[in-house]
Design a binder for this molecule. Structure first.
Ligand code: PMP
Length: 285
């Protein structure tokens, strides 16, 4: 089926949606993105994604070319046009097309805004949630402003390939001995009933799922420590898991070939996944 995508104000078949070779997203990775999950035809955490998008644009000195209401309308229309029950909406905004120059183009240069859907039937019923993920540790070689959600995803992409080559599902990145996050998700360990995850800063992406999960965990009276934790702590943890908009809460059962805890999905990750899915579905728009 040919998808309908959104490009610069228009809905069109995906094979007709074209972006300039001079687009700064293509030439400089000068763009930001968001990925919003769809469950039962409704958007999860839309507000959080819209707020983070505005923040990313602001940090890069880019204008925000679309209001939050219009952005929601485009998301919903794409979900409708493409008949998405479970899946994702991808959004990207770049600084637009301009003659190639490191300096930003003149203010008012039309930006590029693209949205498209990906159907993922049964997104919330991934078998991996029953068995848990295997991860490897790799050095974090990304730039120093990981809190800005830019499209420069080459190193995370390489990290996923390193994981694949090692027979694992993903990689956790390590800087100065401390875990920052997964290649496309936030990382957590559980020790003696406490949930430990890296504190917010420039070192990690401020996950929308992270914010929601920590809020639900607090409401459920779970103990949380937001601080850097080491690779050794991760290996000695009782449990581990990751969060992201497309994986929700996903248990991690192996690190660098060694079992974490019992090597099976732990109770905290299991419970948080259930709470997150239940609560987010209730608030979906
Ligand atoms: N960290 C990184 C590096 C990511 O790429 C992502 C997902 N894009 C996340 C964390 C999770 O963020 P969210 O929960 O908003 O999907």
């Amino acid at each position: 089926m040919t998808r309908t995508v959104y490009l610069n104000g228009e809905y069109m078949p995906e094979d007709q949606a074209k972006v300039s070779v001079f687009d700064r997203g293509f030439l400089f990775a000068d763009g930001v993105y968001e990925v919003t999950s769809v469950l039962g035809g409704k958007l999860l955490d839309f507000d959080g994604h819209a707020v983070r998008l505005a923040r990313s644009l602001g940090e890069l000195g880019m204008a925000n070319p679309i209001t939050k209401d219009d952005l929601l309308a485009v998301h919903r229309e794409l979900v409708r046009l493409n008949d998405i029950e479970d899946g994702l909406v991808y959004l990207q905004i770049t600084r637009g097309a301009a003659d190639r120059d490191f300096a930003f183009p003149a203010e008012g240069t039309p930006q590029t805004i693209v949205l498209f859907t990906q159907a993922k039937p049964g997104l919330a019923d991934s078998p991996l949630a029953q068995t848990g993920m295997k991860v490897i540790s790799i050095e974090d070689q990304r730039w120093a402003r990981r809190d800005i959600k830019t499209v420069q995803l080459l190193y995370p992409s390489m990290g996923k390939m390193m994981a694949k080559a090692a027979g694992a599902h993903d990689a956790w990145m390590v800087e100065d001995g401390f875990i920052t996050e997964g290649t496309s998700n936030n990382a957590y360990i559980v020790k003696d009933g406490k949930i430990i995850t890296r504190n917010l800063g420039h070192e990690i992406l401020h996950g929308i799922t992270r914010a929601a999960v920590l809020r639900f965990a607090r409401e459920a009276q779970m103990e949380i420590e937001e601080r850097p934790f080491t690779l050794d702590e991760a290996k000695a943890a009782d449990e581990a898991f990751i969060t992201s908009a497309s994986m929700f809460v996903m248990p991690v059962v192996e690190m660098d070939g060694d079992s974490i805890g019992t090597g099976a999905v732990g109770p905290v990750a299991k419970r948080l996944r259930e709470i997150y899915l239940d609560e987010s579905r209730k608030m979906a728009v």
